[in-house]
Structures are given as C-alpha cells and as structure tokens.
Design a protein around this ligand. Sequence first.
Ligand SMILES: [Zn+2]
Length: 301
Amino acid sequence: MALQAIQSFFSGNPLDRADHLRKEPTTMVDMLQSTEAGFMLMLNGEILSDQVGAIHWLSYRQCAYLPLGTQVFLGLEDGAPRYAAELEGEPANFDGLFPDAKFRDARALGMKAGFAHPELGIVAQAKSMLSWHDSHRFCAKCGAESALVKAGYERLCPTCNASHFPRTDPVVIMLACHGDEALVGRGPQLPPGYFSALAGFMEPGETIETAVARELMEEAGVEATSVQIIANQPWPWPSSLMIGCTAEVKDKKLTLDETEIDDARWITRAQATAALVGESSDFMVPPPIAIAHDLIKYWAA
Ligand SMILES: [Zn+2]
C-alpha cells in the first residue's frame, strides 16, 4: 500500500534502508560479498538498466573486475542487500560488456516504465547519493579530503573531525488558483509550447506555505491567501524534494518577473484536461514523470 495519496514518479522506494546496519563495518563487508548482494551501476549519471527499463542488478562476482568508484549501501530488498556503485572511465570502455543492458538517464527510465514504478524510488536514492559524494569530497570546514563512512550516509573529515551528511533541497511547486481557473507559466528552460506550475527553491527559515507565497509574489505578482500541500516527489537532479501545492490567490492580475517567466496564463479545468491528454491545440503541460502533471491533474479533477 502506498503511503502517499498521489504516487508520483520516483516515490514509493520499496527498500528497507536498514540504518542500523550502516554503522557495522564487519556486517557491511559480509553483506557486500554475499551471493544475494545486488549492485546498480551508474556511469556519468546514467543507470545500467535492462531491456524493459528495470534496474539491471549485478552480483558481487560480476562486479569484481570492474573499475568501481564510490559505493553506497541502498538498503535491503526482501532481505537482500542492494548497492549503488559508480563505474569509472569513459562510456566507450564498456561497449559490449553488458549485452542485455544499457545505460539510461533516470528520466528515460521513468518514461520507459510509463507509470510510477516503485523501483524508480531506488533510482532516485542511488542517483542522489552518488551525486552527493561526487560533489562533496572535501570538508566544507577545513578543505581536507573527507572519507565515506556509515556505508555512504556520512562523510567524515580526518583533519577537523567534522561530519557531513547527504542533503536534500526542498523546492516548492504550485498552482495558483482563483475561482475556476489556475495559473500556469513558462520559463526559458521549458520546451516551446509547454506551460507548467510555477516553482522555486525554498529558502532557509521558511515554511512551505511562506515559500509558496513568496514565489508566487516574486514570479507572478499574485498574493496567496491560503496554501494546501497536495503531493511531493524526490527529484534526483541532483537531490531535490519537489513539494506540490495549490494556493488560493486574492486576484488574477499578473505582474511577471521577466527574468524567470516568459509567459503565464490562467486556464480552465476543461483546458487543463485537454492539455493533460495532449489534445489541446493551444499549449502543452509536462508529462506524467513531473509532479506538475500530478498537480494539474489533481486540480482539474
Ligand atoms: Zn575538515
């Protein structure tokens, strides 16, 4: 049973993260080398996947002669340990090595699955964890190279003893609502013709509700009077948590921040419904992999 009312892509990770095992070095070594262990390989941010787009798990023996970099423990799947490992080298070095598998971007895996498959939650966890190690090799306090500890869930500085932990960056994404209409906009990063929910990173010291109100005022000049949290989604580029909300606003008059928003418009539920199934001649909305899709769908219904 899913914990969330709206099952977004990259949610529903089925692994038992088994935090209690992470600080047991001997157990971790035994588990790593067990015949049940499964390794997800990543190369340049892409995941080794099979023909249907599922994770192509390799055994410890299959990984023995591969040039592996960072390895992290992901958790237990029905008792079997699962790991993510960075494959080091140029993609051309591995041509033909995995004949039944292919390295794919996490978006491509989501699109191939076509629905919010729980395994995509494992992909999100692995991708964010390996990306964090890649960009946090050095201690932010003293600059010395830190070491991976606790199976990958901490980096410890050998010089100043500072601990560093994997981070998740919260992003609010919201539909402003007024009467029977909702606001969608487009920034320069969206493909031509696409409109989406407005979004922005939360800032330190904010609540979700105040971040939504600030972003709506900054980007569209509309004043939120109430905010409702609808859905949330891990988004592993590199490690965000998308928090999907709706917000009632005082009036429809827009003052756009032209540095961030090229265009914005109020849409009706009928227009949203047509756009969700690709039948709008006027504009398009993001595909189901994006939480903006879930949010528009929730509102339109
Ligand atoms: Zn340090």
